[in-house]
Ligand binder design. Structure first.
Ligand SMILES: CC(C)(COP(=O)(O)OP(=O)(O)OC[C@H]1O[C@@H](n2cnc3c(N)ncnc32)[C@H](O)[C@@H]1OP(=O)(O)O)[C@@H](O)C(=O)NCCC(=O)NCCS
Length: 201
């Protein structure tokens, strides 16, 4: 099947406001808050996050910040901070990757440990899914999570993603079992689309 060309993750908006959240690209002023969130959430994130195999350091955070502000950086991924709309607190992170071939974007996320269980990631992933499927040429959005990561799978399920397949793709973080659940949401999915943006924790 041919798809219209799409501009991938770089076509996504810089800022989305939904469900009491501001989901926006990073500014240099956010680096301290992001670093604090990773430090405070290390035990919660380390079991599942390949990029957090060791405790964070200021040096690594500085390099990450430089990559984010590099005008020549890859446009095949977008990372957003999720902020409380009223207080501006950093609650978590959601991002989109353009690495699964034409017409597909992949969404990933993590939550500050102090803000889990409140629907933050559900609402942010819902908003980003909608924004992705609104882009010309994007026909499908995927969420991939290790089979052992039941909280991540619950987010995909809650948003009406369909479990498409299970792939053996190896262990990249300590709690993983090595099998990935691949959840998909199609542009013309007939599944019910629960609007998660209206309710607040
Ligand atoms: C996976 C992860 C992001 C899920 O976080 P989470 O807190 O479970 O997800 P949410 O923030 O959407 O919260 C969902 C809960 O909020 C509740 N909730 C409250 N208000 C809600 C609202 N307005 N909308 C949706 N859910 C709401 C849900 O009922 C659900 O409750 P439950 O946990 O009792 O079932 C988090 O556990 C995490 O950061 N894990 C480590 C990193 C990771 O694994 N990332 C994913 C890699 S694939």
């Amino acid at each position: 099947m041919d798809f219209a060309p799409h501009h991938g993750a770089k076509g996504l908006p810089e800022r989305i406001v939904a469900g009491g959240l501001v989901i926006r690209g990073w500014s240099p002023d956010d680096l301290q808050a992001r670093y604090a969130a990773v430090v405070e959430s290390y035990d919660h994130l380390h079991p599942w996050m390949e990029w957090l195999s060791e405790p964070p350091t200021l040096e690594r955070q500085r390099r990450w910040g430089e990559q984010q502000s590099d005008p020549g950086r890859s446009t095949s991924e977008r990372s957003y901070g999720i902020f409380d709309a009223r207080e501006g607190t950093l609650l978590g992170v959601v991002g989109a990757h353009d690495r699964l071939g034409p017409a597909v974007l992949e969404i990933g996320y993590w939550c500050h440990v102090a803000h889990t269980g409140k629907g933050v990631i559900t609402r942010a992933a819902d908003a980003l899914t909608r924004a992705a499927l609104a882009l010309d040429g994007v026909e499908r959005v995927e969420i991939r999570c290790d089979r052992a990561n039941s909280r991540s799978a619950a987010v995909a399920r809650r948003l009406g993603y369909r479990l498409d397949r299970i792939e053996n793709d190896g262990i990249y973080a300590p709690a993983e079992c090595g099998q990935s659940l691949v959840w998909t949401r199609d542009r013309d999915s007939r599944l019910p689309w629960t609007d998660c943006s209206d309710t607040r924790p």
